[in-house]
Ligand binder design. Structure first.
Ligand code: IPE
Ligand code: IPE
Ligand code: MG
Length: 246
């Protein structure tokens, strides 16, 4: 297979995990792990843009992360706000379109404004489609979609029997881009932690023990190689997929 034929993911979804452990290993506060994790995030966004990956979705804060100590939550919010302010201009110059998925009404006004600004500023960009999942939960996403369809049915605009998978897919977050082809979780845990539950139905899953602050373009290349080696069958037989009769 020539390099040009190597299967590449159009959409990569990442759970950026392991900041706290990275800091602990160094005897530093968790804050320094999040700070280091932010630098990795910046590098990986740039790397994906350079490598012409179409879409990148990053899990930055889950709907369950509110359960962390208030000081850590506050610190993450501060970091998030600072990161948005410092990065959006450059992302825009690099033709990145940024948007946020999740329930943003829970955030302080200032943060919500910055998120809206970033989305507005970059909305016409045609390069990397970057989605940041904040106060996001896969179950929330599914319930939200169900609620939207139920409202339409209640208002007489929709026959409940007409609801099918495609219609449902049209109501969850990121409905306008292909579902993730490749999922990456750093930090060693092999779980989904309420990430894109609907979207990951047929995504290839890559888990690495590398902690997020240590993740690099080299690790990304390893994940892309893993992806290139997978045969995606979507329920068919291998022979059907390769077109051989064996
Ligand atoms: C991921 O790193 C960042 C967020 C969840 C915000 P963690 O903070 O979960 O790091 P560990 O899992 O404790 O090492
Ligand atoms: C998942 O990591 C959420 C993010 C990376 C934002 P967690 O560290 O919150 O996941 P669990 O609690 O170990 O499952
Ligand atoms: Mg964690």
């Amino acid at each position: 297979m020539s390099a040009s034929e190597t299967p590449r993911p159009r959409h990569v979804a990442i759970i950026m995990d392991g900041n706290g452990r990275w800091a602990r290993q160094r005897g530093r506060p968790r804050a320094s792990g999040h700070q280091a994790g932010f630098r990795t995030t910046r590098d990986i966004v740039e790397a994906c843009a350079r490598q012409r990956i179409e879409a990148l979705t990053l899990f930055a804060f889950s709907s369950e992360n509110w359960k962390r100590p208030p000081t850590e939550v506050g610190l993450l919010m501060d970091l998030f706000l600072r990161a948005l302010k410092s990065e959006v201009g450059k992302l825009c110059d690099n033709n990145v379109r940024i948007r946020f998925i999740g329930e943003r009404s829970a955030f302080q006004q200032k943060l919500q404004e910055e998120m809206d600004n970033a989305e507005q500023l970059t909305r016409d960009n045609t390069g990397l489609q970057l989605a940041i999942a904040v106060n996001y939960g896969g179950r929330w996403d599914i319930v939200n979609a169900a609620r939207a369809l139920a409202r339409q049915a209640r208002d007489g605009q929709l026959d409940p029997d007409a609801i099918d998978i495609d219609m449902f897919s049209g109501q969850v977050s990121l409905a306008d881009i292909p579902e993730p082809d490749l999922f990456i979780r750093t930090g060693g845990e092999k779980r989904i932690s309420n990430y894109l539950l609907w979207h990951l139905a047929y995504t290839e899953l890559f888990f690495t023990d590398v902690l997020w602050p240590d993740f690099s373009e080299t690790e990304l290349a390893t994940a892309l190689e893993f992806y290139a080696g997978r045969q995606r069958r979507f329920g068919q037989t291998g022979e059907q997929v390769t077109g051989s009769n064996a």
